[in-house]
Design a protein around this ligand. Structure first.
Ligand code: COA
Length: 376
């Protein structure tokens, strides 16, 4: 008898050489390199190269990889027309899912599962998602779209296309660090979704579309928006204790806390905490940071014994707010980064594929006779 693990907890369902997590010790490494080292020294482009190739690039290789990404920033006229046909009130995660799915329509060979070719397709998606997101945000505001600047790194170019002006080096760096920290995280729900889809030998666009659908859930990537909603609902630091205690008494989950894998402080959260504090100070948002720090203090007091600590989404909310991103772009920004991780997993899956097909434990009746409609 196969054993049943609700939520597949503890089930090992894939091999990966991309990220390693030790949830007890609070360690996250990409290809063996601690996440903090990458956040301090690397760039998002370099991190994606690392994840896809299992090693850091040499000088010429990074230039070539970055050039490839930057040369694919621009939307095709067909894609831009699809974007401009969307309802302006659409939720940006629905837009991301819809337009990433639509990229398969522009591809003459969407169904190819040959790894080198899929890698090229994934690179195109990675390059285009910031343009799609920035373009939609400007379109819904009735502002003209900004053409990408292929001289800029992905994070900086995204903020440029979003706001129509170059971000300060601090903001560009902060955005880049956020992308590095969110790029990959083992067999999380959205990554698993991507691997499940591609394991049927379906196409890369379908797999990425499924992953976006998974990520938007409030128990996964959607939690960063939930954190901001919570912070906005608390008038001041003095109100935090009462607010959190009331939620805990109602057995409500506090967004940005807890994790299926970590029973210690999420190492991405410790890095983001430092970043959030600095950015909040620089942008006059210290009150927001102070509210976050107070929530953390209470949660550690109440829940650390149960292994519930801040996760990646907790301080990313304050960070994104200080970068100037509107609330409903927080989770789509997760997409910009995680396309790197999802794609790496798709490539790993295709390199050594076996169809995912778990079993269900049937709990219904047996030997039931069909009842005609007039006898029901
Ligand atoms: C991430 C998450 C879904 C993990 O879920 P899980 O592994 O299935 O854990 P469970 O939801 O079963 O929680 C286990 C226990 O911890 C408690 N718990 C977990 N996260 C909590 C939180 N954020 N706030 C308060 N209590 C929490 C649960 O109430 C439960 O308590 P119980 O044993 O008394 O019933 C969960 O922690 C959560 O919903 N967090 C908030 C959303 C979030 O930040 N998601 C982003 C993850 S990166």
């Amino acid at each position: 008898m196969a054993s049943y693990a609700k939520g597949l907890e503890g089930v090992v369902a894939a091999h990966t050489s991309m990220s390693f997590i030790d949830g007890e010790k609070g360690i996250l490494e990409y290809v063996g390199i601690p996440i903090g080292e990458l956040a301090s020294n690397s760039s998002f482009e370099e991190t994606v190269f690392l994840l896809w190739n299992g090693r850091l690039p040499k000088h010429g290789e990074l230039d070539e990889f970055s050039h490839k990404i930057r040369s694919r920033y621009a939307m095709s006229p067909a894609l831009e027309a699809r974007l401009m046909a969307l309802p302006k009130k659409a939720e940006p995660m629905h837009v991301m899912r819809t337009l990433v799915s639509s990229l398969g329509l522009d591809d003459a060979r969407p169904d190819v599962t040959d790894v080198p070719e899929v890698r090229e397709k994934a690179l195109t998606v990675l390059s285009l998602v910031p343009t799609i997101l920035a373009g939609f945000h400007r379109y819904r505001q009735g502002k003209p779209l900004i053409k990408p600047d292929s001289n800029l790194p992905l994070a900086e170019n995204f903020l440029y296309m979003l706001n129509g002006q170059r971000p300060t080096p601090t903001m560009a760096k902060a955005m880049d660090v956020c992308l590095i920290l969110h790029a990959d995280h083992g067999l999380n729900n959205s990554t698993f979704s991507a691997r499940v889809v591609v394991s049927t030998m379906s196409d890369v666009y379908s797999a990425l579309t499924a992953a976006i659908g998974s990520l938007r859930g409030p128990l996964h990537g959607g939690a960063n928006e939930g954190v901001m909603v919570m912070l906005n609902a608390i008038p001041s630091v003095a109100d935090v204790e009462k607010f959190i205690q009331a939620k805990l008494e109602h057995k409500d989950k506090i967004m940005g806390f807890g994790h299926r894998v970590y029973r210690a402080y999420d190492p991405r959260a410790s890095h983001l905490k430092v970043l959030a504090k600095q950015l909040a100070h620089d942008t006059g948002n210290s009150a927001l940071y102070e509210k976050s720090a107070k929530i953390e203090e209470i949660m550690l007091r109440e829940k650390a014994a149960k292994g519930i600590y801040p996760n990646v989404d907790f301080y990313s909310a304050t960070t994104y707010h200080c970068i100037g991103l509107p609330l409903d772009l927080f989770t789509p920004c997760f997409v910009l980064s995680r396309v790197g991780g999802w794609s790496g997993h798709i490539l790993e899956q295709l390199s050594d594929n076996r169809l995912f097909r778990p079993s269900a434990d049937y709990t219904g009746p047996h030997d039931v006779r069909y009842t005609p409609m007039n006898k029901r």
